[in-house]
Design a protein around this ligand. Structure first.
Ligand code: C2E
Ligand code: MG
Ligand code: MG
Length: 755
């Protein structure tokens, strides 16, 4: 029997971590009650009936029963089955153990637990099928009961009124039931109460401690010694406080004692200290034992060690949020942290960096040295990565050979680049592993909030794409998509936030810069240039805020306003009698892609009552890249309204001359960088000449931008350029100033302006 019980105990000890605290608690209470009954010397039948009822409370929709074997006939009879009708019990009278004699008949026949989950179909219930059906016994789990010396004396069973297999908890209840009945029957047989209580005490898996009325330890069992490390001689006469861990305050113990005295019972999780100093959690049930007068004479404490359960819960929690190989947080954690970091950065006006780090040659290591070597390399990479960043930064493993670093509170983009550089250097140093010295490198993509995106996914996409650029650039380096607006993070955010309300608050205005015919010197029109007066930053140049407006999409609304305003002003020039002037409006590529451009243009013309021929639209070469049929169609529709089209900043983009033939363009605006250095730099002069000649060949007009000096004027004239624009003639000016300037000029009756 000892042998058999020992095996059972080990098995169930393994299972304990599967039980909930509530289930553990149920089991402890059951044992507590039964132990008290045994200690009190209650009659065996009463104790066993009680046991059945208590188990039934813990397993709803089931009935507990005990069968015992007649020593002579070797037949089984029901000893206790308080919830099973007598008619049903009668059916089991003189049951002969055998392979078809139901769960109990089998458990005794085989001397092992038998779990039948469907009595209607299971062959082991062949002889008792009608009983199962008549009394709705759908499943039946039975555990053999062993008496002294391992003698088989009967079975303890749970009959279920639904088809099911027993859970770990059910199995544990069956084991305990069989164990307790064995002890009670043994007691009955030998009639020595004390020995039996002692036996339960000795063999219990749960630690037990008995104290006297003054709470001095009288006895502890072997399980107590196993759990705490203290042998009985070290504790008897002392108080249980010898185990206290220091984790609970005085109020905790005061409340415990108050409840115990008042109700005779306390249970809960408590942290104690083992002899070796280790502290551990246990589930403790304490009962007060009273004499016949109700005076407390003893306390019984039973506990089960929860440390394994805690450890496995902690491990499960850890594995759900961490990568098991490198023990780094996983992507789920990163995503959550990144969200919080961004929210804070938005309030505090700072940047957040995301580095996408990809190990360059992991596959090579795996293929040549095996996956174990690859794993070791990844662990080392993870460790070095952690050391490359600060405590507030987060390193996570995204999977495979990809890691992501979240850089918090970044004062500027440069810091992200510094960190990336450091990572490249440190991770590139040799790794000393069991497989010998390994070297690797990483490619890093950087993205920065808010420049590259507003949320985790946008940043991750950008960083990922940048990482590919780093790979393409030859690996072992870093790349970014940094928006080159300014390194002044604070102003960037202010601009970003300020753009939305700027239109409603009338913070935008247009300035007009005259465009002049080079041969006659006549004013032919003006370019409308956007100005933004920010309430705190003051005047912000368009080069500074337009890229941001393009990135955020605000440019579409702003562009619509510009069109309306410029057309209205041009119509005004007609009314003022300033002649046939054309207004040039700059467009952003986004306005084309948005698909509303033609509607906005025709609206602006109609509202202002302006002829389409008086409007010129300036587009940059980058808008034309990959000219799709949609773009060609849009341009054709605009042309159909009589509108002129000019290519702005010509020569700076991906000048692909092929589009000039295909697209309905009227004019090229030569970028001012070529004009500025024209006289000093022979190359620039020849570029301007080439542009002018090519344009003439294609029948296009040319406007030179940024004419600042008198000698530019002469040189351009000599080259055959058709129009000019620049500070040499006039700076961009507010609408009224321009109207006055144009009227004055008209007064001079078209006098040619020369250098
Ligand atoms: P852009 O279309 O090439 O405009 C000409 C720019 O050159 C203007 O700068 C103008 O002030 C400047 N400029 C003119 N003459 C001279 C000169 O002699 N010397 C120098 N150094 N500069 C000269 P601004 O107004 O700062 O505009 C910059 C850019 O912003 C424009 O370049 C255009 O690309 C963009 N932009 C301006 N207004 C709008 C708009 O309404 N919509 C869009 N999408 N872009 C606009
Ligand atoms: Mg322009
Ligand atoms: Mg330009």
């Amino acid at each position: 029997m000892t042998q058999h019980l020992a095996t059972d105990c080990n098995d169930s000890a393994k299972d304990d971590s599967q039980l909930s605290v509530q289930e553990q608690n149920g089991i402890l209470n059951l044992q507590q009650t039964l132990l008290a009954a045994v200690a009190r010397g209650d009659a065996a039948q009463e104790v066993i009936d009680r046991l059945c009822l208590l188990e039934e409370q813990l397993v709803p929709n089931a009935a507990a029963s005990v069968m015992v074997m007649d020593a002579e006939t070797k037949r089984l009879n029901v000893l206790a089955a308080p919830s099973i009708p007598v008619e049903a019990r009668d059916q089991f009278k003189n049951l002969r153990p055998g392979p078809a004699a139901g769960s109990c008949g089998n458990a005794v026949f085989r001397a092992e637990p038998v779990f039948v989950s469907n009595t209607y179909t299971d062959a082991r219930w062949a002889e008792l099928r009608s009983v199962a059906e008549d009394f709705n016994i759908c499943a039946c789990w039975s555990m053999p009961i062993f008496g002294a010396g391992g003698k088989l004396i009967g079975s303890f069973a749970l009959s279920s009124f639904e088809h099911r297999t027993p859970s770990a908890f059910h199995q544990k209840l069956l084991e305990i039931g069989a164990h307790l009945v064995g002890i009670v029957l043994e007691r009955q047989a030998k009639d020595t109460q004390l020995r039996l209580a002692a036996r339960l005490f000795e063999t219990s898996e749960e630690g037990m401690v008995i104290t006297d009325a003054e709470n001095r330890i009288q006895a502890v069992n072997p399980a107590f010694t196993r759990a705490t490390g203290y042998v009985p001689e070290e504790c008897i006469g002392k108080r249980p406080s010898m185990l206290s861990s220091g984790r609970h305050d005085k109020a905790f113990y005061v409340a415990l004692w108050e409840k115990l005295q008042r109700t005779g019972h306390w249970q809960g999780e408590i942290w104690n200290r083992r002899k070796n100093g280790e502290i551990y959690p246990e589930w403790l049930v304490i009962s007060a034992i009273r004499d016949r007068d109700g005076k407390i004479i003893q306390h019984v404490g039973i506990f089960s060690d929860l440390s394994e359960q805690h450890a496995s819960q902690n491990r499960i929690r850890f594995l759900a949020t961490h990568d098991s190989l490198t023990e780094l947080p996983n992507r789920m954690v990163l995503e959550e942290r990144c969200g919080q970091t961004i929210a804070w950065a938005r309030k505090a006006n700072h940047r957040v960096g995301l580095l996408f780090v990809d190990v360059d040659n992991l596959k090579l290591v795996n293929d040549s040295l095996g996956h174990a070597a690859g794993d070791v390399l990844l662990q080392s990479v993870a460790q070095r990565l952690r050391h490359c960043v600060g405590d507030k930064d987060l390193v996570c493993r995204q999977g495979g050979d990809e890691f992501i670093v979240l850089l918090d509170e970044l004062p500027g983009f440069e810091i992200a680049a510094t960190v990336a550089k450091r990572i490249n250097e440190r991770l590139g140093a040799p790794y000393h592993t069991d497989s010998g010295e390994l070297t690797t490198s990483v490619s890093i993509g950087i993205s920065v909030f808010p420049d590259d995106g507003e949320d985790f996914n946008a940043l991750l996409r950008k960083a990922d794409a940048a990482m590919y650029q780093a790979k393409e650039a030859g690996r072992n380096t870093f790349r970014s998509h940094r928006l080159d607006v300014s390194s002044d993070a604070l102003n960037d955010l202010t601009i970003r936030n300020g753009l939305r309300p700027a239109l409603d608050r009338n913070e935008f205005s247009l300035h007009y810069q005259p465009i002049i015919a080079l041969d006659s010197g006549a004013l032919i029109g003006a370019e409308a240039l956007l100005r933004w007066h920010h309430p705190t930053l003051g005047n912000i140049p368009p080069d500074r805020f337009i890229p941001v407006a393009e990135l955020t999409g605000h440019i579409v609304g702003i562009g619509e306003w510009v069109l309306g305003e410029a057309c209205r002003e041009a119509a005004n020039w007609v009314r003022l009698g300033l002649g046939d002037l054309t207004v040039s409006v700059n467009l952003s590529a986004l306005q084309f892609r948005h698909g509303t451009l033609e509607a906005h243009v025709s609206n602006a013309l109609t509202q202002a009552g302006l002829n389409g021929r008086r409007l010129e639209l300036e587009i940059t070469e980058s808008t034309l890249i990959g000219d799709t049929s949609a773009l060609v169609e849009q341009l054709a529709n605009l042309k159909a309204m009589g509108i002129c089209l000019a290519i702005d900043d010509f020569g700076t983009g991906y000048s692909c001359l092929a589009y000039l033939r295909r697209l309905p363009v009227d004019r090229l605006k030569i970028d001012r960088s070529f004009v500025a250095d024209m006289s000093e730099d022979a190359d620039d002069a020849s570029i301007v000449r080439a542009i002018v000649q090519m344009a003439a060949g294609l029948g296009l007009r040319t406007t030179a931008e940024g004419v600042e000096e008198a000698h530019h004027h002469e040189a351009l004239k000599a080259l055959g350029c058709t129009e000019v624009q620049g500070f040499h003639y006039a700076r961009p000016m507010p609408a009224e100033a321009f109207a006055r300037w144009a009227a004055d000029r008209l007064g001079q009756s078209g006098a040619a302006i020369s250098g």
